[in-house]
Each structure stands twice: as C-alpha cells, then as structure tokens.
Design a binder for this molecule. Structure first.
Ligand code: FAD
Length: 322
C-alpha cells in the first residue's frame, strides 16, 4: 500500500499561501507515489481553494469550515488536524515553516509522540528513505536528518522547494467535513492588522532591505520605489528598526524573519552575523554599501561600493528602461 501524506495548507483571506503549494511538492519528494491529501481550514467556504490545491498536486482535499477557524489558535486547528489524522492514519504530515506551522506542528507531534524535522530547505533520497536538509547555527552550517520510525512530520522553509506547476486539468475530490470544535480555552478577540505593505516578505522573490545606513524613515522611500519596480518587498535590519526608520515587522535576521528570495539587495547594512542568519541563503545577494570593508560584501554575489542615495536612483532609472 502506498503512503498517505497530509499537507496542511494555510489560507489567508481566501488565498492559499504559496508555501502550502511548496509543501505539496515536498510531500511528492518524500514519497513520489504517496497519496497527497490536502487539509484546508477556515471560517469561509473553501471549495475553490480546494480545487486550487488539487491543481498544485494534491490528490484530494478535506476542507473544514467553522467559525472557530476564523483566526488561528493551536487548540482549534489542533483539534481538527488530530481528528483528521485519527480518521485517515496518514504516514506523515507536511506544512510550511511559518508562524502557524512553527506553533502547530510541535504540539501535534508531541500529542502523537511523533518526531518532527522542522525548517527543511531541501530533501534528498537515500534509497527509498527521505533525508531532510536544514540550516543550523543561524545558517552557518546544514545538517541532514532522517526519521527513525515511519511517521514523517516536516515543516519546510518558504521559497526553497519549488511548487509544482499549476495544472487545472488535475482532478481530485474536495470533501467538506463537519468537525465540531469545542471547549476552546483561548479565543482571538481581535486581530489588528497593519496596513498592507504589498508583497509578503517571507514569500517575496525579491527583497530590498535597508539598514542603519538609510538614515531615516524618509530614506526608505527610494528602497520602496526600487522594490516596486522589481515587484518585490522591503525588509530591514534590526539596526534600522531600532532606529525607528521602519516597523519591526520588516526585520530580517536571527530575531526577525528568515527569508530566501531569488534576489536580496542589502542597502546600507553592515552584515552582522545576526542579520546574515535571516538572509544568507538568498539565491543572489547584492550589497550596496559605502564601506568597502563591510562584512556584507563577504556574503554578496555582487557588491556596489558607493553612497546608497546615489546608487539607488541610478538603479531605478536603469531598471525602468528594461
Ligand atoms: P550598522 O551596523 O550600523 O551598519 C550600517 C551600514 O550602513 C554600514 O556598513 C555603513 O557603511 C553603511 N552606510 C552608511 N551610510 C551609507 C550610505 N550613505 N550609503 C551606503 N552605505 C552606507 N540584526 C538584524 O539585522 N536582525 C536580527 O534579527 C538581529 N537580531 C539580533 C539578536 C541579538 C541577540 C543581538 C545581540 C543583535 C541582533 N541584531 C540583529 C543586531 C545586529 O547585531 C546589528 O547590530 C544590526 O544588524 C546592525 O544593523 P545595520 O547593519 O543596519 O547597521
């Protein structure tokens, strides 16, 4: 009998997060002939989200709609996922290494006495068995891990394992399941969202990140403009956040977000080890810094030594010509 793997998708404002599609691709890498069952939770109707999950490679999808799933709570999501696991007896679970994934998966794994390998960036095969590669020591090294037993519980870092090509001709059953979520000991009373900052930082393909060298909130404006022409998002060092040039939601690094975009442009950032922990696995790193001795140039693929306030407008001008 082939494996059955559950992929827990994350739905935000009726859209499935990209990392959930990547999780389907990861599940296929873990076991090419596994039956992939998607699980989607929300307080809204999920029929079309279910179809989309199928188009990205799930064989079937279970959707659960309930008022108590409007906002994430580990109790509410945990009850649903545990009930589905109980019913389907899957061989493993794959989910994005997101705020929700980081919170939910250890709780469920411990309830099931199952092992968990988190923050996976790549999967190799050793015969039939999957070997999981994950960064350690703030990205300075990688370790390879495998499961001793058969149950596979994995979270994958966004932007590392490419999603399968969307194929709307794929077919599969989307089943809506009634699950009563009861006796929640915590409820989310209100979510106070920040105004949208455009592209989601943790899933952006291009990030323009500013540091203390940007000197002010006003100084971030050209970075936003550069990010816009590149279709990317703006991030920041903690130095810039501490100096109140931008919000902590933009912080990248050991105590901020971990990102792996295709292109990371570090602007006026010195390259402290705590910052590198959040971005050094980016595919191409460009550094703009006026100090040629700056540590950021040690991790950069391309370096521009110069004043950012002169370099950025020139870059924007040239990119606009393309
Ligand atoms: P600086 O180190 O001050 O660098 C500014 C750079 O701008 C310099 O290299 C300078 O040459 C350049 N510059 C100045 N003017 C210009 C100009 N006009 N044009 C071009 N270049 C210019 N930091 C993080 O980023 N993320 C984290 O998650 C994080 N977590 C931390 C956790 C702990 C426990 C600790 C102790 C620290 C942490 N830090 C973190 C802080 C980190 O150690 C650094 O202090 C911080 O990254 C420095 O930010 P910066 O590079 O923007 O500033």
């Amino acid at each position: 009998m082939s494996d059955k793997l559950l992929v827990i998708g994350e739905v935000r404002d009726n859209d499935i997060r990209n990392v959930s599609f990547e999780a389907i691709a990861a599940a296929k890498q873990i076991s090419a002939d596994a039956e992939i069952v998607g699980v989607l939770l929300s307080d809204n109707d999920l029929a079309s989200a279910g179809e989309e999950f199928i188009a990205y490679g799930a064989d079937s999808v279970i959707t659960v709609t309930h008022d108590n799933l409007k906002n994430y709570t580990s109790e509410g999501y945990g009850q649903v996922v545990l009930e589905i696991i109980d019913e389907l007896s899957p061989n493993g679970i794959v989910m994005g290494h997101t705020s929700i994934g980081k919170d939910l998966t250890p709780k469920i794994a411990s309830r099931l006495s199952a092992g968990l390998i988190s923050d996976v960036v790549d999967i190799e095969k050793d015969g039939e068995a999957a070997v999981y590669i994950r960064p350690i020591y703030s990205g300075k090294a990688f370790e390879k891990k495998a499961f001793e037993d058969d149950f596979t519980f994995v979270t994958i870092r966004p932007n590392n394992i490419p999603a399968l090509e969307k194929d709307v001709s794929r077919s599969g059953e989307v089943t809506s399941k009634d699950i009563d979520i009861k006796d929640l000991r915590t409820v989310v009373k209100e979510v106070m969202r920040k105004a949208s900052e455009g592209v989601d930082l943790s899933e952006a393909d291009v990030i323009v990140a500013g540091g203390r060298g940007v000197k002010s909130a006003e100084g971030f404006k050209p970075l936003y403009e550069l990010a816009e022409v590149l279709g990317g998002a703006v991030g920041a060092s903690r130095g810039a956040c501490d100096a109140d040039y931008c919000d902590y939601a933009l912080q990248i690094g050991q105590t901020g977000k971990v990102v792996t975009p295709d292109l990371y442009i570090a602007v006026g950032i010195s390259g402290a080890i705590q910052h590198l922990a959040g971005m050094s696995n980016s595919k191409v790193i460009v550094a703009i810094n006026k100090d040629p001795e700056s540590n950021i140039f040690n991790v950069a693929d391309y370096g521009i030594v110069g004043d950012l306030f002169e370099v950025i407008p020139l870059l924007i001008e040239e990119i606009k010509k393309v």
